[in-house]
Design a protein around this ligand. Structure first.
Ligand code: C5P
Length: 220
C-alpha cells in the first residue's frame, strides 16, 4: 500500500500541514495529518488524568484510544470517542505534552499500524501523509517522499503569525524545544536516502505548492 502514499515530513512550523492539505485538494487525494493523531492521543492522556511521563500509563491510553479522523482534506475534524477535539489538540497544553507521548516506541508502533490501515482502506487513489517519520518509518517505500524544511527563523515567524502572537521569540523557543525533544526519537531534520528536500524559506505558499507538485510529477 506504500505506493498509495505521498510522504511529507518536516519540523514544526515548516508549513507542511497547509501545503499537504492544498496538494491533496489539488490532486483529489486523501490527506492524513499524523501529528493530529499524536496530539489527540496526548489530549486523551491528559483527559484521563494520566502522567505523560509515565510510559505504561501512556501505553494504556493508546490501547484504549477511540480516535476518529477522516482523510478528507476539507473535513479536518478530529474526535476521540464522542468528543470533538479539533481545536483542543492545538492548545499549548497539548503541544507541550505531545512529544512525551510520541516518544514511547510501542505507542508509535500502534499508531503507525493505524495509519497504514487507514491508507489501505482509503477510497482515494492516493493519500498525502504528513508527519515526522512518514518517509523513513511509516512508508519508506512510498514513490514520493519529501522533506519540507524552512529556516528556524522563518518557521517561528510563520507559526507566530498563525497564532497571532506578538512574541516571535517565545514561539521560536517553544518550537525549538519541541523539535529538540522530537528529534531525539526520529530524525526529521536531515533527509534520508532518496528523500527530496523542498526548502520553503524563500518561497511563498503557492511557490511551495508548485515545488511539491513538481516532485510528485517527477516521482509518482
Ligand atoms: O505536526 P505536529 O506539529 O502537529 O505534530 C505534533 C507532534 O506529534 C510532534 O511534535 C511530534 O511529537 C509528534 N509526531 C510524531 N510523529 C509524526 C507526527 C507527529 O512523533 N509522524
Amino acid at each position: 500500500n506504500a505506493d498509495k502514499v505521498i510522504a511529507i515530513d518536516g519540523p514544526a512550523g515548516s508549513g507542511k500541514s497547509s501545503i499537504s492539505k492544498a496538494v491533496a485538494r489539488r490532486l483529489g487525494y486523501g490527506y492524513l495529518d499524523t501529528g493530529a493523531a499524536y496530539r489527540a492521543l496526548a489530549w486523551h492522556v491528559l483527559e484521563r488524568g494520566a502522567d505523560t511521563a509515565d510510559e505504561s500509563a501512556v501505553l494504556a491510553a493508546a490501547d484504549d484510544f477511540p480516535l476518529r479522523q477522516g482523510l478528507d482534506a476539507d473535513d479536518r475534524r478530529v474526535f476521540v470517542g464522542d468528543a470533538e477535539v479539533t481545536d483542543a489538540i492545538r492548545d499549548p497544553r497539548v503541544s507541550a505534552a505531545v512529544s512525551g507521548v510520541a516518544r514511547v516506541l510501542d505507542v508509535r508502533a500502534r499508531v503507525n499500524d493505524a495509519f497504514r490501515r487507514m491508507v489501505a482502506e482509503a477510497a482515494f487513489p492516493a493519500v498525502v501523509v504528513e508527519g515526522r517519520d512518514i518517509t523513513t518509518v511509516v512508508a519508506p517505500d512510498a514513490p514520493v517522499r519529501i522533506l519540507l524544511t524552512a529556516s528556524p527563523e522563518v518557521r517561528a515567524a510563520r507559526r507566530a503569525g498563525e497564532l497571532s502572537e506578538q512574541d516571535v521569540a517565545a514561539v521560536a523557543d517553544a518550537i525549538r524545544r519541541r523539535d529538540g525533544a522530537d528529534s531525539a526519537v526520529v530524525d526529521f531534520l536531515t533527509a534520508a536516502e532518496g528523500v527530496e528536500v523542498v526548502d520553503s524559506s524563500d518561497l511563498d505558499f503557492d511557490q511551495t505548492i508548485d515545488a511539491v507538485l513538481a516532485v510528485i510529477d517527477r516521482r509518482a
